[in-house]
Design a protein around this ligand. Sequence first.
Ligand code: SF4
Length: 445
Amino acid sequence: MAHASLMYITLGCAKNEVDTDRMRSLLTAADYEEVFDPAEADAVIINTCSFLASATSESIETTLALADEIADGVRSTRIIMCGCVPSRYGDDLPQELPEVAAFVRTDEEDGIVAVVDELLGVEREMPPFIPTVKRTVESAVAYVKISDGCNRFCSFCAIPYIRGRYHSRSAESILEEVRDLVAGGVREIVLIGQDTGIWGTDFSDEVQGPRNLAQLMQAVAEAVRPEHVWIRVLYLQPEGMTDELIATIRDTPEVLPYIDIPVQHCNARVLKAMHRSGSEEQLSELFAKLRREIPNMVIRTTSLVGFPTETDEEAEQMLAFMDREGFDYTSVFAYSQEEGTRAATMDDQIDEDVKLERTQGAMDLAESLGFAATASHVGEIAEVIVDGIEETDDGPELIGHAWFQAPDSDGAVHLDASEASVGDILQVKFIDSFCYELIGEVVED
Ligand code: SF4
């Protein structure tokens, strides 16, 4: 019989989803049952995001709303706040959020069983930390974290202060997790980390096996065979695009020709102020090379708008760059003055109304490029992984994604419900598009 019931709430990015999965696996192995309603939970674990001030606010508002909901009920459900908010604001939180029973920083999450045991008064003979648990996910796609932390210290970003210095996860544990996930039915492995391109650079000379991202991806491809599984890598910084990596993406059948490089800006002066490197010329050369080496590749990027000191001309330069490069997908973020970062104390912060106007211009352009890129697939036939079934006014509809759509980010493929289930890979002809979405019909192999 289960010790108690737990509910999980994950906010923020895919990396947090992975961390929640890990905590869920540990707690399930320690005999805690998952429930999906706070009224049935003995404790709720909220894995929070603090990447931007808006994400911190959302994390706190969600926690307070949950506390209100719990206060209205009959059960004394405890709230456990995990992840980036405790890592960033740990010392101040117990006074500010008395509604929360325990705070768990990102680097303490492997000890979650002991925290929950203590809060709920569970006594056990076995040690509370269970070091080897198999990770399982119910969906067709699984994110696999290959590293944590970041050494780049971009001047606008709080991640290195929250997640600490870059550390690569061992190839052995990554490959073991990948094998377990594929054995459990996963059809797409998405490799993530704050800076995936430098994976392995912190290994000592003694470490055997894959030593860089290209070699790791080849090993992951071998690990998934003979199953038919897609492999995608996200969050590559421009400097990480080595010839070996480009060749691996081009020549490894399981690895999708989809490249996610968050450039943030193209102007050399702004990049330098961001504590990043490169120039418009260098970035253009890189994208030209990628397109030459990997025909039909899809590119996703990120644009940070309204960085302190950015002039109108520099903002226009970035728009012209985006337009010329014709990125398939661009996430546009308005600069946010993050406490503790160097950019937050820079002079010449951009007025909010100017920032808003520049952000809107960048979003409009990103959408028009993205919608056109999506429409360009109409008429093609390609494989689609089925992610789920949704009820619509016209009845059930299958939702899936094609190789050129990163799950949860880039839109989806909508299909008439037919004989298919989650995880199936179907041959689909795209017959129409709207915004980032495609309408498809299943065709025979
Ligand atoms: S590369 Fe820059 S933006 Fe990305 S996590 Fe590291 S410091 Fe933040």
